[in-house]
Design a protein around this ligand. Structure first.
Ligand code: ADP
Length: 271
């Protein structure tokens, strides 16, 4: 997984030929009377690294939560590798996905949240081992080996036997990233993973994500307010407002030559 160079999957030629790993087709989502996603269409090719940016409340986190099956959708369809996430066929009929179906689909998706949510009574290694053993029924030895590999990826081999309270916030978040990666997801979701950190700890976490973007072919979506990071990380940047994509393009397109006035006015706040 970590041997390859950055997937060059994103040039326009290949985009036409590859099956999308994620496809949102006319997806809407409401919470009561509040419409959060509005007829959203979004396609992601395997290996692509996406940054989702935009004002608070524009629906970015909801997109990740829907992919993680933490929220359902009000209308539309989402395909993962061509297979509907929120629907399935039963007895020749298209019905809402069962918990069994959702669990199967969720298995290919990993998410890292703002809060690291490590188990306080487990060491860094044990935190990474446990989901592999419980969910993937791996042997303890295999899970331990994978944990060691992932701790090396996030630069924390020397902290492997530390408990969360013995780690800084940045280190805890790097353990949480290692824990998600250890499940070998095809899609990784990062939801403002540095927003709960003290400013001096932000860069160490972002550098881990920059390295992952460079060295792995896993498909990655990140919601972020760190524009310099988005520029380094992403193959494609999506600017959201009110549950719609206002503008999408390469980091150069979005940060240097934004076409839409709404994108320009949003980005001015970060200058
Ligand atoms: P963003 O990530 O772009 O800041 P979110 O996807 O978190 O936006 O939220 C979009 C809107 O949906 C916000 O107005 C938020 O308050 C609302 N929202 C999110 N989750 C819920 C929920 N579980 N119940 C009600 N409203 C929600």
């Amino acid at each position: 997984m970590f041997a390859g160079t950055r997937a060059q999957a994103v040039n326009a030629d290949l985009r036409g030929q590859m099956q999308n790993i994620i496809e949102f087709q006319d997806v809407s989502k409401s919470f009561g009377s509040l419409q959060v996603l509005d007829d959203l269409n979004m396609h992601v090719v395997p290996g692509e690294k996406l940054a989702l940016i935009g004002p608070s409340g524009s629906g970015k986190t909801t997109i990740l939560r829907i992919l993680m099956t933490l929220e359902d959708i009000s209308a539309g369809e989402i395909l993962l590798d061509g297979e509907p996430l929120w629907h399935e066929m039963r007895g020749g009929k298209r019905v809402r996905a069962s918990e069994h179906h959702l669990r199967k689909m969720r298995d290919g998706v990993g998410m890292v949240f703002q809060q690291f949510n490590l188990f306080p009574h487990l060491t860094a290694t044990e935190n990474i081992e446990q989901p592999q053993v419980l969910t993937h029924r791996k042997s303890k030895a295999a899970a331990r080996e994978k944990a060691a590999e992932m701790l090396s990826v996030v630069g924390l081999v020397d902290k492997r036997d530390h408990y969360p309270h013995q780690l800084s916030g940045g280190q805890q978040q790097r353990v949480a990233i290692a824990r998600a990666l250890a499940m070998d997801p095809k899609i990784m979701l990062f939801d403002e993973v540095t927003s709960a950190l003290d400013p001096e700890l932000v860069e160490e976490v972002l550098n881990v994500l920059r390295k992952l973007a460079e060295e792995t072919d896993t498909t990655m979506l990140t919601v972020t307010h760190e524009m310099n990071f988005a520029r380094d990380f992403a193959d494609r940047v999506l600017f959201f407002e009110k549950g719609k994509i206002v503008e999408a393009g390469s980091p150069e397109d979005i940060f240097t030559n934004p076409k839409e006035e709404r994108t320009r006015s949003f980005l001015r706040k970060f200058l």
